[in-house]
Ligand binder design. Structure first.
Ligand SMILES: Cc1ncc(COP(=O)(O)O)c(C=O)c1O
Length: 413
């Protein structure tokens, strides 16, 4: 029985935020309202239900909830800093951009900051168009780059057609199919934009040389390669940047989610040095009031400092190995589970049927795990544990997944 306080929150949410979401969650018995949160855990506001976070909002909580080091950096910064002023120069934006340049290969040297991933993708597309003087943007069917203007235009029709006319110049092709891309990229193409591993498409790790093939197609046609590392960046895959697994270098890299440390929203469009010259004629042609807020810069610097430590990345790889072993055993025990899509801790449980992603999300919830299916491939449940979880906790998670799989199988049959 929900407390009066929770019931009030539920009613206020239904009346003033989203009646549809409130109705939906109650109808499936998942009317969890976030209360206390710490490390890999979150609690219902009644404190009655505890969830282990295997979703992490796509990486927002890579470093856990209320990470003490990030919290300390933020609370100390609050004594002297605020949002700052995007019209003026900033020592904090400069320091963060310099740190990003030092941690990225090649000449990914200049950064424009934003608030959200969608905003950062929008800017990446604007820069590519301005630099090349071309309109065309090629992206992957089933890929996802956000719900803002140009980012949404690079995404799937189901998220945009409902909202009326869309901007021209966007083409989508099958991911991991170099021939399809060859047919779409030409002298009108400003850029190809891809998630290094598409999350909403079910963590489909591209095969062997696909991304190298994309890189050379871009080079051949004078088009730019934009890699969206909003989910794959910041250590999630066991390397600091996901693209490092594939021997390619983008012209533009987009970061968001985890850069916030879960505490202060900030995103980044990281540009090859010479692309920054598009702003030379008018450096005030793009602005974001809250983008690169100085408090956010302090947080993001701490996130990068933690995530780039070799010991931290080793830990991610150790966790990934342990998950691979544990889930391998679960594949043997549960016929509904076909396998694991995996690059480090960027993982997806692959089921034999499209209804199983949603069923498993519910079964996981009933077994105290927060896990969400991939929206553009519902046969996959995304599995994104916090990178700071302890090795010993993997066994507990696998045990809970085991139980949840049995429940999902019973729903299914
Ligand atoms: C790969 C990817 N790119 C971009 C975005 C958009 O980020 P935001 O929701 O912060 O606009 C997301 C959000 O889920 C994402 O997963």
């Amino acid at each position: 029985m929900a407390s009066q306080k929770k019931e009030q929150a539920y009613k206020a949410f239904a009346s003033h935020v989203s009646s549809g979401k409130a109705r939906f969650y109650r109808s499936i018995g998942m009317d969890f309202i976030m209360g206390r949160r710490k490390g890999p855990f979150l609690w219902d506001m009644d404190n009655e239900k505890q969830l282990f976070n295997l979703h992490c909002n796509g990486g927002v909580f890579n470093l856990g909830h209320s990470n003490p080091q990030i919290l300390l950096a933020l609370t100390q910064a609050l004594e002297n800093l605020d949002i700052g002023n995007g019209h003026l120069m900033s020592a904090h934006r400069a320091a963060l951009a310099q740190q990003i340049a030092s941690l990225t290969p090649g000449d990914l040297d200049c950064t424009v900051f934003g608030v959200s991933g969608g905003e950062a993708v929008d800017l990446a597309i604007k820069v590519a168009r301005a630099y090349t003087g071309r309109p065309g943007i090629v992206s992957a069917s089933g890929g996802y780059h956000g719900h803002t203007g140009l980012a949404m235009a690079a995404g799937d029709p189901k998220y945009r057609e409902f909202f009326g006319p869309q901007p021209p110049g966007f083409v989508q092709v099958t991911f991991n199919d170099i021939a399809a891309l060859e047919g779409a990229v030409n002298s009108n193409t400003a850029a190809v934009i891809l998630e290094t591993v598409p999350a909403t498409l079910g963590m489909r790790v591209p095969s062997g040389d696909y991304l190298k093939g994309v890189r050379s197609l871009c080079d051949k046609n004078g088009s730019l390669l934009i890699l969206d590392e909003v989910q794959t960046g910041l250590g999630r895959t066991g390397k600091l940047w996901g693209f490092e697994h594939f021997g390619v270098l983008p012209d533009i890299m987009v970061l968001a989610k985890g850069l916030s440390g879960g505490l202060y929203p900030i995103s980044a469009t990281v540009l090859r040095r010479d692309l920054e010259k598009v702003f030379e004629p008018d450096p005030f042609i793009h602005i974001s009031t809250f983008g690169g807020a100085e408090l956010g810069c302090v947080v993001a610097q701490k996130v990068l400092e933690i995530s780039s430590q070799p010991a931290f990345l080793n830990h991610v790889n150790e966790l990934a190995k342990k998950f691979a072993q544990g889930i391998g055993q679960l594949v043997g025990r549960h016929s509904i589970l076909e396998g694991l899509n995996q690059l480090g801790l960027f993982m997806g449980l692959k089921f034999c049927n499209d209804s199983l992603g949603p069923l498993m999300s519910l079964a996981a919830y009933q077994n105290d795990l927060l896990m969400v299916y991939a929206n553009n491939d519902k046969s996959v449940c995304q599995l994104l544990p916090p990178l700071i979880m302890e090795l010993e906790q993997v066994d507990w998670v696998i045990d809970r997944l085991d139980k949840a799989l049995a429940v999902a199988a019973s729903f299914y049959s």
